[in-house]
Design a protein around this ligand. Structure first.
Ligand code: AVJ
Length: 322
């Protein structure tokens, strides 16, 4: 091993912040938006009138729960229901309730980056579904998936809902799906939620709501750097900016420095200079159409077995196998 020239970069968060803010153009990973405060703001986003995604997927699951749960539970005595980025599992609870009502034999394994979100989820599940066996796992998707016992005897169902896959570039999504495919056994299922291309104005509004909640979500990453890495970002001097490209289907979030300024981040020994109107790219929210999803799954070596959409054609859930 080479000597680490910067021994103070001793966590992935520190390394990523150092790298992203030293780069040009500057960027920070959206996975760092979710601390306890970010989790709370994201829950508020899911209740925004502009953020159609949650309601669309909610209605898809509500209207198709019988068929979906039958597909999950068929041809196996028992199954593992593994969820990537479970959050508060608001939508998953529709499926959990239905699986319960048909006496399905399964274990629920929620995976999330946020320890805080998992703790809250565990106690809310204990209250709502005391008989369901829950085994939460904290970590990033693939790391956690690899440590979750993928049963060979029983089916494994992997839930990846809420357009969480949209946080990846298409090329990243393909290699991610390939990794999942490698972990899947013959009978296993990937149940994927994708946000669809639609009126660009609706998409733009979903990520730049009038009440400013999405802006505070985005700025939370700067607050987090301030508290966790002894930074001195003046959060008010950055504005949230959203751009949606209807051709590629990529929505991008930025924080824009409204004036020239210097920021010090003591824990990582970094001074960052911002020119007026310089950007930090913080998140992508990729939108798909049916052909793009078809292509994505083909390239990953997965087959679409069923799909479920809403009346407005805003969102689509896909059932994939190896
Ligand atoms: C949790 C990744 C699905 O991109 O729609 C919502 C996150 N960011 N508003 C999304 C988010 C700003 C969200 N995902």
């Amino acid at each position: 091993m080479e000597n680490n020239p910067k021994p103070y970069l001793d966590t992935p968060f520190k390394q990523d912040v150092y790298k992203g803010l030293s780069d040009f153009p500057k960027h920070l990973s959206s996975k760092y938006l979710y601390d306890a405060n970010g989790d709370k703001i994201f829950q508020a986003i899911m209740n925004l009138p502009e953020y159609y995604l949650t309601n669309s997927e909610f209605s898809i699951l509500q209207e198709n729960k019988e068929e979906i749960c039958t597909l999950f539970a068929e041809n196996t005595p028992a199954f593992n229901l593994i969820e990537l980025g479970a959050g508060d599992a608001k939508k998953t609870k529709i499926l959990l309730a239905h699986l319960n009502s048909i006496n399905a034999n399964f274990k629920y394994l929620p995976i999330d980056l946020s320890e805080n979100a998992l703790k809250q989820l565990e106690s809310s599940l204990a209250e709502d579904f005391p008989n369901i066996h829950v085994a939460p796992k904290c970590g990033s998707y693939i790391d956690a998936l690899e440590t979750v016992a993928f049963s060979k005897n029983n089916k494994n169902i992997i839930l990846f809902l809420g357009s969480n896959i949209g946080n990846m570039l298409i090329s990243q999504a393909i290699s991610f799906l390939k990794k999942i495919k490698r972990l899947m056994h013959k009978n296993d299922i990937l149940f994927l939620g994708c946000d669809l291309k639609k009126d660009p104005q609706l998409i733009l509004n979903a990520y730049s709501d009038t009440s400013g909640i999405t802006a505070s979500f985005n700025k939370n990453i700067l607050k987090r750097i301030n508290t966790e890495l002894q930074g001195n970002f003046n959060v008010e001097s950055f504005m949230h900016w959203e751009a949606y490209d209807p051709e590629s289907g990529t929505a991008k979030s930025y924080l824009v420095s409204q004036k020239p300024q210097q920021v010090t981040i003591a824990a990582i020994n970094l001074k960052v200079h911002f020119k007026a109107w310089e950007t930090i790219h913080t998140e992508i929210s990729q939108k798909y159409d049916h052909e793009m999803i078809q292509q994505l799954s083909e390239e990953a070596g997965l087959k679409i077995v069923s799909k479920f959409g809403d009346k407005q054609d805003y969102f689509q859930n896909y059932l994939l196998i190896k």
